[in-house]
Design a protein around this ligand. Structure first.
Ligand code: COA
Length: 454
């Protein structure tokens, strides 16, 4: 595969950037002057109300006498607490992701018969079109599986006999197909990356009929196709926790914005994938894994809390880490005291890591979780409660499951397509108006100057 050669000299680029820097500058006070809700947030950090939904509730604070008061986090799918779903699945030792997909898409918990029917339906929809793997996945391999998945979802448009139809029947059919097909898209895209970028063997195993999403993923990413039931249930738990997170999270809102324009399902969902890739959103799980490596390099003894604290201060002041100033896996737009997903995943990470080669990583994550709130509070002068989010411990679970880091955010995508689908359907059924916020122009008017006079 050839890379497009740059036709610009470094001087060209420097001069473009200088011009851009000058002409794009906006004085920060303009944002206050025009009452701009930066990041679509109110002054107290709560999100601007953009819609009404029945799909999910994300709760991290309550408002008392106009004041935002922190509380333990709750994530509620269609009225049912995530923790109750997880507890039931663990107690009954069964898979739960497909049940959650049904709940999100259709609004009620499935009966045993409905769940069996749905499992069979998903299983029968998993295969990709016969020429798709060769034409779309094998060709033009990508170093980034998220980009490749977005491209593949867009490409699936061409394989649909009614791609643009916006009837409920048509969109529901497309969404169920995408939920079923994304695991294979992800795994095959990874296999192609292995061959092209890592110069390793590629293995594309046939899909196993009747397998759940978690089983399908594990089988397809292991050369010997083998995994234990315990491993598959652990991955299933991760999928349950990542399936949905309200209408306001960046990728779901992206999907809803695109949907409000009347565009097709493939365009709307690929937009969601693009958003989820971002390191402040789903891409944070990969960033946490990289951050652990930076810290381990810089801090020889990660049990030395003082040294870890110093390193976190350096990360925050952009002297260490990836230079963003962010401690990944920490903080959340809604949650304050706790993120219920982080609590669930932390407990599982601990159960699987203690006493194994992963124990040190687990203990380091715990240290980061314990030290970060105070450090951010002191260094940034903010009083907002900061807790671990879903991405802090998920990467360690994937590491324990021998999932390659390339697939950390893609696995999030495989799960979240369920939530995006429900929100797309809800937007089509209840939104009714194109989303179109305003931007205040702060540029002065200029006369057009003929080219000969510039
Ligand atoms: N590391 C460094 N600074 C952080 C932080 C973190 N993990 N979390 C919050 N902050 C900072 C913010 O940058 C902000 O500072 P600023 O006023 O100088 O911009 C301040 O604390 C308050 O931010 P807050 O309102 O709590 O967060 P937000 O809603 O703007 O952003 C996140 C939420 C998730 C984007 C943010 O916490 C973050 O970037 N976390 C790290 C990335 C991550 O783990 N993302 C996954 C989310 S599930």
């Amino acid at each position: 595969m050839s890379i497009i050669e740059s036709k610009f000299t470094s001087e060209d680029i420097k001069s473009f950037s200088e011009t851009i820097r000058k002409n794009y500058y906006i004085a920060p006070q303009n944002f206050d002057k025009y009452n701009v809700k930066r990041g679509l947030r109110n002054a107290d950090g709560t999100g601007v109300m953009a819609g009404v939904t029945r799909i999910c509730s994300v709760e991290g604070y309550y408002i008392q006498d106009g004041e935002k008061t922190p509380k333990e986090g709750h994530l509620i799918y269609r009225g049912v607490e995530l923790t109750d779903i997880v507890e039931a699945c663990l107690k009954e030792n069964r898979f739960g992701f497909e049940e959650v997909v049904w709940l999100l898409l259709f609004g009620t918990l499935p009966t045993a018969a409905q769940l069996e029917f749905f499992n069979n339906t998903l299983s029968s929809c998993r295969e990709l079109p016969s020429d798709f793997i060769e034409d779309m996945i094998m060709k033009a391999p990508s170093n980034d599986i998220m980009n490749k998945m977005a491209r593949c979802v867009l490409a699936l448009y061409s394989y649909d006999e009614n791609p643009d139809g916006l009837t409920l029947d048509n969109v529901t059919r497309q969404c169920i197909n995408l939920v079923a097909q994304l695991p294979a898209v992800m795994s095959y895209a990874y296999q192609v990356k292995r061959r092209q970028f890592y110069h390793k063997s590629m293995y594309i195993h046939p899909l196993m009929p009747g397998y759940t999403t978690a089983q399908t993923i594990l089988r397809s990413i292991r050369s010997d196709k083998k995994f234990t039931d315990e491993e598959a249930k652990l991955l299933d738990l991760c999928l349950i926790c990542h399936a949905e997170h309200g209408g306001g999270n960046n990728s779901t809102f992206t999907t809803r914005v695109l949907t409000s324009s009347g565009t097709d399902t493939y365009s709307a969902i690929s937009g969601g994938i693009g958003s989820l890739k971002g390191p402040r959103h789903g891409g944070a799980n990969l960033k946490v894994a990289q951050m652990l490596e930076y810290i381990k390099q810089d801090v020889p003894d990660t049990k030395d809390e003082g040294a870890v604290a110093d390193e976190l201060v350096k990360i925050l002041s952009k002297e260490a880490g990836d230079g963003s100033g962010l401690i990944y896996g920490m903080g959340h737009a809604v949650y304050t005291l706790s993120d219920p997903r982080a609590k669930i995943l932390k407990a599982k990470a601990k159960e699987f890591a203690m006493g194994t080669e992963y124990e040190d990583d687990y203990l380091l994550l715990e240290t980061i979780e314990r030290l970060t709130p105070q450090i951010i509070m002191e260094r940034k002068g903010i009083s907002k409660a900061i807790c671990a989010n879903v991405d802090l411990y998920s990467g360690l679970i994937y590491k324990i499951l021998r999932v390659p880091t390339d697939l950390y955010t893609p696995i999030f995508t495989v799960a979240r397509v369920a939530g995006w689908s429900a929100h797309r359907i809800e937007e089509i059924m209840t939104g009714g108006r194109i989303m179109r916020p305003a931007y205040k122009n702060v540029n002065s008017k200029k006369n057009y100057v003929p080219i000969s006079e510039r």
